[in-house]
Design a protein around this ligand. Structure first.
Ligand code: ADE
Length: 224
C-alpha cells in the first residue's frame, strides 16, 4: 500500500518509519510512505500555508489553496481510496478501522495544524476524518504516525510471526492475555504453572479465560 502524508513538519515524521516493524515492512515493499511538505505547494513568497480566520478570533487557519494544489497533484498521478484528515473531531480510530485501512492501495493523510483547516477542505477534498483519542495534540503528525503504525504492522508479512498480529489485543474484541518469560520465579513471584506444563490445549484455554476476565474487568465496553 502507498501512504502519502501531507505535513508542514516532515522531519517530525521521519523517525517512526525508520525503526523496527515499519522500517522492515517498507524495506520489503509492503508499504511505501511518502512525506510531502505542504509548503512546497504554497504560492506565497514566505511559503506560508496559514492565514487569519475570517470573522476574527485567535489562531491561524490552514488555507485551502496549498492543500488543494497538493492533493490535486497527487490525484493526477493515481487514484486514492481515502483522503484522511487527522482531527480530534474525527471518527475514533479502532482496530476495525485499522484492519480496513490496511487493505487499501493508496491513501493520503493530511495532518491538521493551528486552529484547523478551512472548512472547504473538509467539505470537498477530505473523504474521512480520524481522531486517535479524546484529547488535543499540537498537530496531526503524531496522530498520522499512530494511524500508519496500526495499519502497516498488520499488512500480511510485516510481522514475521503472522499469528502474532492476530493475537493482539482488540483483534477478537478481547484484550490480550498476560505473558511471561524467564526466569520462572523471581523474588518469589511465580509464573502460572499451566504455562510451564507444555500442555498446549490447557494453555490456550487459560489464555482465553484470562483475556475474557481482563476484558470484563478493564474494558467491558468492547465485549459484545
Ligand atoms: N490533531 C489534534 N488532536 C488530534 C487527535 N486527538 N486525533 C487526531 N488528530 C489530532
Amino acid at each position: 500500500m502507498r501512504i502519502d502524508i501531507i505535513t508542514v513538519l516532515p522531519q517530525l515524521l521521519e523517525s517512526p518509519f525508520q525503526h523496527s516493524i515499519l522500517k522492515r515492512a517498507i524495506e520489503k515493499g509492503l508499504a511505501e510512505v511518502n512525506l510531502i511538505n505542504l509548503r512546497d505547494y504554497s504560492t506565497h513568497k514566505q511559503k506560508s500555508v496559514d492565514d487569519y480566520a475570517f470573522g476574527g478570533g485567535a489562531g491561524m487557519v490552514m488555507g485551502i489553496e496549498p492543500i488543494a494544489n497538493c492533493i490535486n497533484a497527487l490525484k493526477s498521478q493515481r487514484t486514492y481510496d481515502e483522503v484522511i484528515y487527522t482531527s480530534p473531531d474525527g471518527e475514533l480510530l479502532n482496530q476495525k478501522m485499522s484492519n480496513h485501512l490496511s487493505t487499501l492501495n493508496n491513501i493520503i493523510i493530511l495532518c491538521g495544524h493551528y486552529k484547523g483547516v478551512d472548512e472547504r477542505v473538509r467539505e470537498h477534498l477530505i473523504t474521512k476524518e480520524i481522531s486517535i483519542g479524546d484529547y488535543v495534540l499540537s498537530g496531526g503528525e503524531l496522530a498520522a504516525a499512530v494511524i500508519c503504525d496500526s495499519i502497516i504492522r498488520i499488512i500480511p508479512g510485516a510481522i514475521s510471526d503472522e499469528t502474532s498480529a492476530l493475537t493482539d489485543s482488540f483483534q477478537d474484541n478481547l484484550l490480550a492475555p498476560p505473558v511471561y518469560t524467564r526466569p520462572a520465579e523471581f523474588n518469589g513471584w511465580k509464573v502460572p504453572d499451566v504455562l510451564l506444563s507444555g500442555h498446549t490445549k490447557n494453555i490456550e484455554e487459560w489464555r482465553h479465560e484470562q483475556s475474557l476476565e481482563r476484558t470484563k474487568q478493564r474494558r467491558p465496553d468492547i465485549l459484545e
